[in-house]
Design a protein around this ligand. Sequence first.
Ligand code: BF8
Ligand code: SF4
Length: 655
Amino acid sequence: MSEEVKKVDNKRTIDPAALAVLEQKGGQIETAYDRYVKMQPQCNFGEQGICCRICLQGPCRITKKASKGICGAHDYTIVARNLLRMICGGTAAHADHTRHMAHVGAMMLEGEAPDYKITDLQKLYAVADRIGISREGKSDLEIFEELVEMAREDLCRFEAADEEAARWVSKSIIPERVKKLEDCNVMPRGVFGTIAESIAQTHAGMDADPVNLIFQGLKTAVADFCGEHIATDLSDIIFGTPRPVVSEANLGVLDPECINIAVHGHNPLLSEMIVSAAREMKPEAEKVGARGIKVSGICCTGNEVLMRQGVPLLTNFISQELPIMTGALDAMIVDIQCIMPGIRAVAECFHTRIVTTSGNVKIPGAYHVDFVEENAMDKAREVITLAIEAYKERNKDRISIPQIKHKVVAGFSLEALLELFKAVNPENPIQVLTEAIEAGELRGVVLLAGCNNLKRIHDENHLTIAKGLAKNNVFMVATGCAAGACAKAGLLTGEAVEKYAGDGLKKFLYRLNEANGLKEDLPLVFHMGSCVDNSRAYDLMTLMARQWGIDTPKVPYTASAPEAMSEKAVAIGCWCVALGMPTHVGVYPYITGSDLVNGIALQIAEDVYGGYFMWETDPEESVDRILASLDERTWKLRVHKQAAEKYETALSTGW
Ligand code: BF8
Ligand code: SF4
């Protein structure tokens, strides 16, 4: 048994609010923290990815005695197949979300979704221009119609080689990357077609070549990027592009005087409606003696409504059961993805209603209100009524809310970031960032992304890495539960800049504060949104590459998923690599059972794509390795620039 397994206990968190709940009620009420302990030791075959059960002759496990599966599959085939299937799972989850957004777009055009409207015309125009839709002589609705149609084409195109490449990929990234993806045969045409192709390729008796399988994995991951980008764009058009907003985060946002509703999941189509309906239904809440209705968010739907509506963030993935244990949560309304089935059993000990809303996410014993877009607001009112009913059953003596929360400054879409840079350089905003890197004021950019995973101590990797990078003058953007960890710990504030930033980062951020004359200082970490909004973070890298006139593998920009958990995170990590980013992951993926596959991820990927993976579980070491990945690129960029100036040639395109 490893050291790590031995010291496991059921209080694996550094979030003081989560810890307070676990210390008070942990053990009596079972949570993920307890189940993690019970699950030890975990299966070594699964851990290394060398268990195959894709046909009924299995499970086949690779051992010294049995070095191949019954069909003759080597470890490398099994590992690569399993990995490709994980990428498919993640890509399908995002694509399902995107399909829903595009479907509602089509319903809006038919007048069948009256509670939704185009909120952000500027974003509609910007996306149309990027994707190549001519706006001349067309009404706004006609432009939207073409855009929705094009999104559906990107989702649905067959994978025939003579078809057009997915537009949200080919028109969103730089031409050098398009060429690279085409040359390597990893440019997807349609998202669903790519997923089908990959699942077929991994069927028993199909592809046994690990390199071919991994390349297909990268193609599928790029299809994931496509799906995510469409979701971000449509959400912005329908609900508005985020602008800076001040709010709060952590369990202390629960208000004992109010009816407390948590929205949890990923889909803003539902959570936006809940937020509006809750504002409207205050009189109903007052009738039962509450001061009002307080909505707060969990996971990425929480990020969506924080970014656009300033709704407080309650907690992130692994601690999702704990708000129920405060006794003050009246309803948890869930939509899709990252919903732990365990919430239902915890809710059984309290008055909290768990309400599922999506046909493909049901939990036995939970309330289910089928969310139909035709009457979205009515459905939102219906679920809020369940919360009001639950409030009447609340036992005040059981309420115990940790008084821990932090201010949060969020809402940094790429548009919002550029707006801030514009105050310093109106002609060329992105230059504010690239010049600060060239001057050595900043060391580069890091995207803090991904989930929570109890293989690490809850939030510890996220926070140690964020603080370590801040000290070393790294400009940080964040998404998903990584952003949630930073929000709960107060890193999305100006005070955190004072406390943790190195001199260069301080100077950079203070310059922006001053130029913008902001009421609220800019934060240490810039919250860019949910996990589909990693597309925003990549657009930032694209802009930097364009400014320097280089391909992305030369841009000092690294991604880090310190506590990665979901298949979606695997898909995201893989497109980060294919699109040119060094990508740190703080949890070992299930591929270490094949040196060949692991070697491709760690080394060969760089030769081909310029991006590569780094596995590092120790947070301090992670900081060093992430910094080294930035420094290598900054150094090369400088050398190449000097050479180009000296010899009056174009900047080298290699990396
Ligand atoms: O999409 S970071 S645990 S909530 S998968 Fe899930 Fe991971 Fe959180 Fe959002 Ni993203
Ligand atoms: Fe075993 Fe091959 Fe079947 Fe996998 S596909 S379970 S390795 S026989």
